[in-house]
Design a protein around this ligand. Structure first.
Ligand SMILES: *Cc1c(COP(=O)(O)O)cnc(C)c1O
Length: 391
């Protein structure tokens, strides 16, 4: 071909960090929406909400523009504001802590379990003050948190429990899908997650009134959506019931999501197979801590991460460099929000597990069409680097 930029010659095909699993059905679904002329929130969004509710066995699902706006609405409907404290793990994508500040509330960072990298009843209890109003639990990288004990603790102390389930579609707690029995769980459909709509988010709830309010808040708190007004067949004048937002999903995204829902079971099964195979091929690397299922649930392996031993023969950056040399795109693990400049002013208790994991963890490539040979390449680099041998 002429006119294209030549890729530098590599011996082996590059292994990307993540890649959505799309087929011709997704292309068709999006182009059908464009051809229909109704591209903003409409019939496809309604249908996508029903698909997600069915997929995670939730009573209600409300689509929004992304998981960050979903969590922002969570802060609004929990009536949080200035002077209120929300307990949240520092070890998370910064959006978890950012949304707390969107409503003027204060994030209070809690440490995580070294096994699941999620907050625990003990770390939450240690962070409770008279100003605590809510707890935001994150099912980090798809590994379910210990919801039962956290719910009991929140009930006992009169706290709202909000779930950042951005990564956790298809993960389970005691055999039930994450999002199924929740008052508020928020999912992301960003390409780094599992089910992909480009940008996109969904809130599931078991509360019909809350679902109706969330459905209004995302569209300027209009009493009737533009879609319903358009279909009413008569003149409908809407009211604006409270201060709302424009957090709508488009029908193009929803159409993509509807097709992705049909692939969900296979996506999860494949990720779990890849996760278990990674565990097998990395199992012999001395001192390596490897993500897996907690005893009360299953991860969807949205991410696959390892924590390097304290006395590793190579630094994390050197390991990432050697992986890249082998064509493998890996990443630093999840960041610790309290170490970022944006949160430098937040007081926090000692967070030793968070800091160790933030310093020593590596996220490895995992995606639907990943070949076993790519995993073997990753394992070979680890075996050589962490045995201290030189290559
Ligand atoms: C990705 C992610 C988010 C943000 O999701 P968006 O859909 O990109 O807004 C929030 N929390 C966690 C834990 C995430 O991993």
């Amino acid at each position: 071909m002429t006119g294209t930029i030549e890729e530098p010659a590599t011996r082996l095909a590059d292994v990307p960090m993540a890649r959505p699993w799309f087929g011709p059905e997704e292309v068709q679904a999006v182009s059908d929406v464009v051809a229909s002329g109704w591209v903003s929130q409409g019939a496809r969004v309604v249908e996508f909400e029903a698909e997600i509710a069915a997929a995670v066995d939730a009573r209600h699902a409300v689509a929004v523009s992304n998981c960050t706006t979903a969590l922002h609405l969570g802060m609004v409907v929990a009536s949080l504001g200035v002077g209120d404290e929300v307990i949240v793990p520092s070890l998370s994508f910064v959006a978890s802590a950012n949304v707390i500040r969107y409503v003027g509330a204060t994030p209070v960072f809690a440490d995580v379990s070294p096994l699941t990298h999620n907050i625990t009843p003990e770390s939450v209890l240690a962070a409770i003050t008279p100003r605590t109003r809510a707890v935001m639990v994150v099912h980090q990288c798809g590994v379910p948190a210990d919801l039962g004990t956290l719910r009991a603790l929140c009930d006992e102390h009169g706290l709202e429990l909000l779930e950042d389930a951005a990564c956790a579609i298809g993960s389970t707690y005691l055999g039930r899908p994450i999002g199924s029995d929740s008052r508020f769980a928020a999912f992301s459909f960003h390409p780094r997650k599992v089910l992909v709509t480009g940008e996109g988010g969904m809130i599931t709830t078991d509360d019909a009134e809350l679902a109706a309010r969330l459905g209004r808040l995302r569209q300027h708190a209009m009493s009737v959506s533009s879609f319903d007004r358009d279909r009413a067949g008569e003149v409908v004048v809407e009211q604006y019931l409270e201060t709302g937002f424009n957090f709508r999903m488009t029908d193009m995204q929803a159409a993509l999501g509807i097709v992705q829902c049909r692939r969900l079971a296979e996506m999860i099964a494949t990720r779990r197979r890849l996760g278990q195979r990674y565990r097998a091929v990395l199992g012999d690397v001395p001192g390596l801590e490897i993500v897996g299922d907690p005893d009360y649930g299953q991860t969807n392996y949205q991410s696959f991460w390892v924590v390097l031993p304290d006395d590793a023969a190579v630094s994390r950056d050197e390991l990432l460099r050697r992986l890249l040399e082998a064509g493998v795109h890996a990443r630093h693990g999840v960041t610790a929000s309290h170490l970022e400049p944006a949160f430098a002013d937040v007081r926090h208790p000692p967070l030793p597990v968070t800091e160790r994991v933030a310093r020593q963890s590596v996220l490895l490539p995992i995606y639907h069409e990943m070949p076993d040979s790519a995993q073997d390449r990753v394992a070979a680099v680890f075996a050589e680097a962490l045995s201290g041998r030189h290559h």
